[in-house]
Write a protein that binds this ligand. Structure first.
Ligand code: R5P
Length: 339
């Protein structure tokens, strides 16, 4: 492209927000210097959903922004988010949209990425197959639990990583203190690679903490009693998501028992499902650093300044700019978004 920046053609795009997280979609289009396209959504008395584009999408590149989060307060489930997205894709396809991109900052069902037991579904594949059969051409997501889920969708699937954001947040917490005062702790084997990378970039020692499940009750997490090498240090953990907070809290308890003087936890997706917020009050975690891939306003109220929220709208906006102008998404991450 001769180094020339190609400009977005606003008339070529029709960007809409699903009902789950409109604030994120608004901030994203604002960062692109655009506005959201008009859309009607409603829910019928029996809970079925309805959508309608309120202007022509013929020949346009329709971009649907919808995170697959639940919202107890508004009685929205992950399945509502998924179903609404399916309806938005279908409506765009039947209205002659040229291209359909679906941005799903938090890709629900992505933890069920393989058959771990007999007679189970691979739910992550079910979701991507549904999106593809409805007519989605391209998917975009952030910090997917299992990047190999990309293989279950036949179109382009852009994986954005919030690593830079999170590391900046952590650096701020470290506040120029000696890296020797800290330790990065991988909260389970699934996070080993990312934790190694964070330790390397921050110049902090790395420790791995084992996580297993109780043989009789798989909902119960089992941690070793102690972890060597964290005594007198502030421990930092990074995870892809914090759901019920069991993973990070059980880890934090072991770290405290092992002599850690502080615990900072970070996660890209702050799902914070019940009983996470109750558990997080008055606990072993001093600071929780998350992004806003899902709505976090209520969590902010409950946790106050113990919760640091890093906005992902600029990250999504940069990726959409590249996509809309035929640029490169992986260049935004120096090609390191595929680990
Ligand atoms: C597990 O493999 C994931 O990376 C997260 O650690 C986990 O899903 C977090 O869930 P919870 O907060 O309920 O422990």
């Amino acid at each position: 492209m001769n180094g020339m920046k190609v400009k977005i053609d606003p008339d070529d795009l029709y960007i809409v927000s699903g009902t789950v997280h409109p604030k994120l979609a608004e901030e994203t289009v604002k960062a692109m210097g655009l506005t959201l396209g008009p859309l009607n959504t409603k829910r019928f008395a029996n809970s079925e959903l309805y959508v309608q584009y309120d202007a022509s999408v013929r020949g346009k590149h329709v971009i649907i922004i919808q995170t697959f989060a639940h919202d107890y307060k508004r009685n929205l489930s992950v399945n509502d988010a998924l179903m609404e997205t399916m309806l938005l894709i279908d409506a765009a396809r039947r209205s002659s949209a040229r291209e359909i991109t679906v941005v799903i900052p938090y890709l629900g069902y992505s933890r069920q990425d393989r058959k771990a037991k007999g007679r189970e579904p691979i739910s992550a594949a079910v979701v991507t197959h549904m999106l593809e059969s409805a007519g989605a051409h391209r998917l975009v997501t952030i910090d997917m639990h299992s990047p190999q889920v990309q293989g279950t969708f036949r179109g382009p699937f852009d994986h954005l990583i919030a690593e830079r954001l999170i590391l900046e947040g952590l650096r701020e917490e470290m506040a120029d203190r000696d890296p020797e005062l800290f330790a990065i702790v991988s909260p389970d084997t699934g996070r080993a690679k990312e934790s190694e990378r964070a330790a390397d970039i921050l110049g902090v020692r790395l420790r791995h903490l084992q996580k297993t499940r109780d043989r009789h009750d798989s909902s119960k997490l089992v941690r070793p009693k102690r972890l060597q090498g964290v005594e007198g240090r502030i421990c930092i953990m990074t995870d892809d998501m914090i759901d019920t907070a069991g993973t990070l809290l059980t880890a934090a308890e072991t770290l405290r028992k092992s002599g850690a003087t502080g615990v900072i936890a970070s996660a890209t997706h702050a799902l914070l499902s019940d009983p996470a917020l109750d558990r997080l009050q008055d606990t072993a975690i001093d600071k929780l650093i998350v992004t806003d891939t899902v709505p976090v306003d209520y969590a902010r109220k409950v946790l106050g300044d113990r919760l640091v929220v890093l906005p992902v709208a600029p990250l999504i906006a940069d990726a959409l700019r590249e996509i809309a102008t035929g640029g490169s998404v992986s260049d935004l991450f120096g090609g390191r978004n595929y680990f």
